[in-house]
Design a protein around this ligand. Structure first.
Ligand SMILES: [Zn+2]
Length: 68
């Protein structure tokens, strides 16, 4: 039982902290705007747009937040 509680706790902590930088962004593929090899993504949350070859962007590109 303790093992199960530990696993659930670890999973919840991972959900909260593991992906913090991408959490505010909800990337959507825009296939019509893809360029050869690179998929175009648009964030439904902040409106950021990017071309990315390696799948979904790992960061939030919200222009109002600025990049450190
Ligand atoms: Zn965003």
């Amino acid at each position: 039982m303790i093992l199960v509680i530990g696993l659930v706790t670890a999973f919840v902590l991972l959900m909260i902290f593991g992906n913090r930088s991408t959490r505010p962004c909800r990337w959507r593929e825009a296939r019509s705007r893809a360029e050869d090899g690179a998929m175009f993504y648009r964030c439904a949350a902040c409106g950021a747009e990017t071309l990315n070859r390696g799948g979904l962007p790992k960061v939030c590109l919200d222009p109002t937040k600025g990049t450190p």
